[in-house]
Design a protein around this ligand. Structure first.
Ligand code: GUN
Ligand code: ZN
Length: 423
């Protein structure tokens, strides 16, 4: 049976970085049927067209595409908000010891379940995650995603140097394990395998080349890694790859730069790197709560005019599971660079922008006819502080912005996955 949802239905006709806030549209109603968006329009016309539909009236709540988190490390769920340290120390002190625990498949399953429960409670309906080097950590992620019916992306994190014993694979085993996991999961239900070398400091050129070969054999996959997050990391890459022109070149030289490449952080880019990323049609992902928390730097949102830019929590380097909190941090970081991002741009980044960065913009991230019906219903007055701030709102964006800046999981009223009410 079709469902007719009433509320403030937010959708995008295009990219607000190009078109401005006029790219967004608010309608009164949306019909979901057989897992997809069947119609968007006025309440009266959709009630007339779908007289049999079951009606749910969400009043003044916002109905949006579910949030898409384009870069997360689900195995770092338990170490979120660990105090202090810059990137490399943080990896060595907190991240690697925690990722070591994923040698136990039962622990991987427990954390994967906990991660998805948290993500969904925060309105995130799709995510692109790193697992650990353990193949069972990929199985755990996809099993939990499939049980919830989610469109989800992940891959085995590959590292064959500069990581502790127990967290290293080899060029050959990374290739073999990734290939087997890809064959098992890619295209099953709503799941996609992502080829995942962690970053150049923890992969030899041989391992990067093996990942490049696997990607060439499976060109419709995404490939994700980290790029130019911290200045000391970049200096380390320069030492490790003396022959490379820059950080991006360490990937480019091994067949790891083209459309479908998704680079996390991408803060301290050279002019050549920016030009090559644009030319190649690659994606970059802004992780603002992580970039401030680990002290990495201020992402240049000007890139959104030439590149596919996604938005992400980067849990657990990021300090929140909430894409609302992440939008707030993106706003603040842009302000520090002299740019005021419009709430339409922030919301688009957290939905359609991230979907586009993952080349899934026709499936998820927007309320458009034919798209998959993953929806979040957002209470725009979820706390007394937000409610009083929105009292005199004169348009939709004045009504939404306090929730972007002050909102969290308390704002998430309901979550629909593939046309079914999940929460
Ligand atoms: N660079 C390489 N690995 C990681 C990670 O796990 N988190 C972050 N923030 N940066 C990384
Ligand atoms: Zn990361």
């Amino acid at each position: 049976m079709a469902d007719l949802l009433l509320g403030q239905v937010l959708s995008f006709d295009g990219d607000p970085f190009g078109l401005g806030p006029e790219a967004a549209r608010v309608s009164e109603a949306v019909v979901v049927d057989q897992g997809r968006i069947a119609a968007v329009g006025s309440a009266a016309s959709l009630r007339a067209t779908y007289p049999q539909a079951r009606v749910t009236d969400y009043g003044h709540h916002l109905i949006s595409a579910g949030f898409v988190d384009a870069h997360v490390h689900y195995p770092q769920t338990a170490i979120i908000a660990s105090w202090g340290k810059r990137l490399i120390d943080w990896l060595n002190q907190y991240t690697f010891p925690e990722e070591m625990r994923f040698a136990d498949p039962a622990y991987a399953a427990e954390v994967a379940a906990r991660y998805f429960d948290l993500a969904l409670a925060h309105g995130t309906t799709s995510m692109c995650s790193y697992a650990t080097i353990h193949p069972a950590s990929v199985d755990a992620f996809f099993e939990q995603a499939q049980a919830r019916g989610l469109r989800a992306f992940a891959g085995k994190t590959c590292m064959d140097r500069n990581a502790p014993e127990g967290l290293r694979d080899t060029a050959q085993s990374a290739y073999d394990d990734s290939k087997a996991l890809l064959a098992k999961w890619h295209g099953r239900a709503r799941l996609s395998y992502v080829i995942t070398p962690r970053f150049s400091p923890t992969s030899t050129p041989e391992q990067l080349a093996a990942m490049g070969a696997l990607w060439a054999e499976n060109p419709d996959c995404l490939m994700q890694t980290h790029l130019s997050e911290q200045t000391d990391e970049i200096a380390w890459v320069k030492d490790l790859f003396p022959q490379s022109r820059d950080y991006l070149d360490t990937y480019e030289a091994q067949g790891l730069l083209r459309e479908g490449a998704v680079y996390g952080h991408a803060i301290h880019l050279t002019a050549r790197e920016k030009a090559r990323l644009a030319e190649a049609g690659a994606s970059v992902v802004h992780c603002p709560t992580s970039n401030t928390f680990i002290g990495s730097g201020l992402f240049d949102m000007g890139l959104a005019h030439s590149l596919r830019v996604g938005l992400a929590t980067d849990t657990g380097g990021g300090s929140s599971f909430s894409m609302l909190r992440t939008m707030a941090a993106a706003y603040e970081v842009a302000q520090l660079r002299g740019q005021a991002l419009h709430p339409a741009q922030l919301w688009w980044l957290a939905t359609q922008g991230s979907a586009r960065a993952l080349r899934a913009e026709h499936q998820i991230g927007n309320i458009a006819v034919g798209a998959e019906a993953d929806l979040v219903v957002v209470n725009l007055a979820s706390t007394p502080a937000i409610a009083q701030a929105t009292q005199r709102a004169e348009d939709i964006w004045q009504a939404v912005f306090p929730t972007i800046m002050l909102g969290d999981d308390r704002a998430i009223q309901a979550v629909w996955i593939a046309g079914k009410l999940l929460l």
